[in-house]
Design a protein around this ligand. Structure first.
Ligand SMILES: [Zn+2]
Ligand SMILES: [Zn+2]
Length: 464
């Protein structure tokens, strides 16, 4: 325990438990485990063993069992992406997203994304939802339509000016279909690019590949919108140069045309008291070229990656909805869900019967949205899975080195293992300790990340 001041505000029960935990004989080992999870707030507990054997001689090289661990358990990170559930794992996820987007912008030699992607035309685009009725806001002129100058943290922001006429059903149906609308957009975008290049669709595929990485974000009004990095590559993807006609200007024009095209829409049929609806993206479309380092008008790689990562962990919680599936509406009372989010959630329940295949009630906590928070085309950049694998491999290597197995060829070693789930979570004292560990790790990594960013900046400036 390095920072006693951190624990000053704890209630006596938590503090008592913390002192108990810190006094246990296995405390150092427990602390090691939790450091490895990054300070996970809700670690998974495992019981089990691993045996390394020499394949030919049968000699036992190493035996590991959780029997010797504190409480007879090994704790591993929960991996939850949501900051409200596990700040530590969400922070790791945000970092992964940052690297994913950044690798697609600036390249990453370790992940087979050459730095030449910096010369490919790329833009950062924001796709918003259409209007479902006027909401309280902070317009440039300062005064909301209700006549009030709202403070930036006013909880009324984003809620309906007139709840009686606001289209809550339309709002959740839009969220629910946002993934399909994105697919339609990407299909149309290829056509618009081909048209501008004077090519057929097939000729385009032989000349150019459209890659993207995107994240979903909820606006205060509870409507999902997408931020995407869209890039033009050569036919083989990031490693091949784009054709000479490919430019950020052409890409921007094609995006604007694709967004407003009639094909880029999703239709929801009439059902019960619900009218037929056709959704398109909202009129607020922002498309900006991404430059390695900005001249003011363009946005930098660093800024895009940081922006996208920031939103990757926020999910719909900014709207005041719950961060887990909702069993029954009474849960909303218990958690004090605000009126606007409650009306959207209730709309999901009411529409569930009318559109059963849309599973609106199952996704009510996401205000109807059922898509992925971050996704990418196949050739945009390294995947989150690959980043996790790289991290796991790194740990495995560290362990192998620690065990002295490093001089053995992996093919000669037989690994037997048996793992069982043994629960999850922390006691109150463990929880306070884990939070401190998480904060310490973040502070260290942030310092390292800033140093790296500074160095990259200097390197790149040297190139100019
Ligand atoms: Zn966690
Ligand atoms: Zn207002």
């Amino acid at each position: 325990m390095t920072d006693t001041a951190t624990f000053a505000g704890l209630d006596p029960t938590t503090l008592g438990d913390l002192l108990r935990v810190a006094g246990l004989p296995g405390f150092d080992r427990w602390q090691d485990q939790i450091k490895r999870t990054g300070g996970c707030a809700d670690p998974i507990h495992l019981r089990g063993w691993v045996l390394h054997k020499d394949k030919t001689t049968g000699e036992v090289l190493h035996r590991y069992s959780t029997e010797g661990e504190p409480g007879g358990r090994l704790r591993v990170a929960c991996g939850n992406r949501r900051a409200s559930r596990c700040p530590a794992c969400a922070w790791t996820y945000a970092g992964d997203t940052y690297h994913l987007i950044r690798a697609g912008l600036a390249g990453d030699p370790d992940k087979d994304i050459p730095a030449t992607v910096r010369d490919h035309p790329r833009v950062f685009a924001t796709f918003t939802a259409p209007s479902f009725g006027p909401v309280h806001n902070r317009p440039d002129r300062g005064v909301c339509r209700c006549g009030v100058r709202h403070a930036p943290d006013d909880p009324v922001l984003g809620t309906a000016l007139d709840p009686a006429t606001y289209d809550y059903a339309g709002a959740v149906l839009f969220n629910n279909h946002a993934g399909e609308l994105w697919m339609r957009f990407t299909n149309r975008l290829r056509r618009e690019i081909a048209k501008r290049a004077g090519l057929t669709q097939r000729e385009l595929a032989d000349a150019c590949r459209v890659s993207y990485g995107k994240v979903a974000e909820f606006q205060k009004r509870g409507a999902v919108h997408f931020h995407a990095v869209i890039r033009l590559d050569g036919p083989q993807g990031p490693e091949s140069p784009p054709p000479s006609w490919a430019s950020a200007g052409l890409l921007t024009d094609a995006i604007r045309a694709a967004v407003t095209h009639a094909y880029t829409s999703v239709s929801v049929p009439t059902a019960g008291d619900q009218p037929a609806r056709t959704f398109q993206w909202g009129r607020q479309l922002d498309v900006r070229p991404v430059k390695a380092f900005g001249d003011g008008s363009d946005i930098t790689e660093q800024a895009v990656a940081a922006y996208v990562a920031k939103y990757a962990t926020k999910a719909a919680e900014t709207t005041g909805t719950l961060d887990r599936r909702i069993g029954e509406l009474s849960e909303l009372d218990r958690h004090g869900v605000p009126d606007h989010a409650r009306r959207l959630i209730t709309a999901c329940r009411d529409l569930d019967e009318l559109y059963p295949d849309r599973r609106l009630w199952a996704w009510a906590h996401m205000l109807g949205f059922r898509g992925h928070f971050s996704s990418k085309s196949r050739r945009y950049s390294t995947t989150l899975g690959a980043l996790r694998q790289a991290r796991a491999d790194f740990r495995a290597t560290q362990e192998r080195e620690a065990l002295g197995l490093d001089d053995r060829e992996p093919e000669t070693v037989l690994i037997l293992a048996d793992w069982q789930y043994a629960g999850h979570g922390h006691t109150p004292g463990e929880s306070a300790l884990a939070a401190t560990i998480a904060r310490g790790i973040q502070a260290n990594r942030e310092t390292a990340r800033e140093a790296l960013a500074d160095r990259r900046h200097l390197d790149a400036e040297g190139e100019w």
